[in-house]
Design a protein around this ligand. Structure first.
Ligand code: HPA
Ligand code: ZN
Length: 318
């Protein structure tokens, strides 16, 4: 097997790395009943028609994650797989509201994830950042509450905020206040936009939320003026090809817009999104596109250019 190119992963939901076997083991340990008898039965349910059909299963399966240990093991398992696929730096999303809503405390989630991330450089050769995402289909007031509750971890463990969940019909603007507070607290800012939603949402996350990177952003191509702006301002887009096909944002890999995005001069990166659910980790996403070596190296370099790393660390990767 060829050695995977060293790269950064910038669009990865840690809850989306929950493999069927791990979910069943976790369920048994915590006495959580799941309506799936085996890992194969669970895998068979991983067939989606759109983002909403995926999110239903993604949130339901989180029921098995209850203890600090569960979150540590989840993150450690991801980091081990990521290291094997060439990841040297990972900026990891988590969804605090999805856990708080189930009665799991923020400290359980953060201390659990934090233990795995603290061990990652020595154990897996990976540096990390942790990005707290707000659910755009929940009230903005709830995002403000969780933001304030997470302050003790700002700057040490939590270094950025994001916006995810059901996009269509949930424009970014109501989250302007919480993103403003994040900027004032010195946190980095990213947001999902232009996955299923229109190019107008991509403009909105830039103009209203001050997003520094756009997660997905594939629908930007429908708006040439927006593309010109993204190119001019060097706004990175974290594209997830297998996710786009599995959620039917794109009909198949042959039709994936990534080559057109590169041709347009966009700062594109390739990432895995929710690898357990979408059939592959980051190198599988690179491989699925059938890229030549030069393009793979360009995408890997872009991943470090787009990472929230200090310049000396970035330079060491390039
Ligand atoms: N889009 C929006 N929300 C998400 C995703 C996604 O691809 N994955 C996990 N939450
Ligand atoms: Zn995502």
């Amino acid at each position: 097997m060829t050695v995977p190119v060293p790269k950064a992963e910038l669009h990865l939901h840690i809850e989306g790395t929950l493999e069927p076997e791990a979910a069943l083991a976790c369920a048994a340990r915590n006495g959580v009943e799941l309506p799936f008898a085996s890992a194969d039965a669970l895998r068979a349910a991983y067939s989606f028609t759109d983002l909403a059909s995926f999110l239903d299963l993604y949130y339901a399966l989180m029921a098995v994650l209850r203890t600090e240990r569960d979150f540590t093991e989840l993150a450690d398992a991801y980091l081990a797989r990521a290291a094997a696929q060439g990841v040297r730096h990972a900026e990891i999303f988590f969804d605090p509201q999805a856990h708080l809503a189930r009665g799991v405390a923020l400290a359980t989630v953060l201390d659990g994830l934090g233990a795995a991330l603290a061990a990652a450089p020595a154990r897996h050769g990976i540096t990390t950042r942790l990005i707290m995402c707000f659910l755009r289909d929940r009230p903005a007031a709830e995002a403000l509450e969780v933001f304030e509750a997470a302050r003790p971890w700002f700057g040490t463990l939590v270094t950025g905020v994001g916006l995810d969940s059901a996009e269509v019909g949930n424009p970014p603007a109501p989250f302007a206040e919480v993103f403003g507070r994040a900027r004032d607290a010195g946190l980095r800012r990213v947001a999902h936009a232009g996955e299923e939603g229109p190019p107008a949402y991509v403009r909105e996350v830039l103009d209203v939320l001050g997003a520094e990177r756009v997660d997905h952003g594939i629908r930007s191509l429908e708006d040439p003026e927006l593309v010109a702006r993204l190119v001019r301002e060097r706004v990175p887009l974290t594209v997830c090809p297998l996710s786009n096909v599995r959620l039917r944002c794109v009909p198949d890999l042959a039709a994936h817009p990534l080559p057109r995005m590169l041709d347009a001069g966009l700062l594109v990166t390739v990432n895995s999104d929710d690898p357990s659910y979408f059939g592959g980790y980051i190198e599988d996403n690179y491989a699925a596109l059938g890229l030549d070596d030069e393009t793979s190296r360009l995408l890997a370099a872009n991943s470090f250019r787009a990472a929230f790393l200090p310049e000396d660390e970035r330079a060491a990767h390039l």
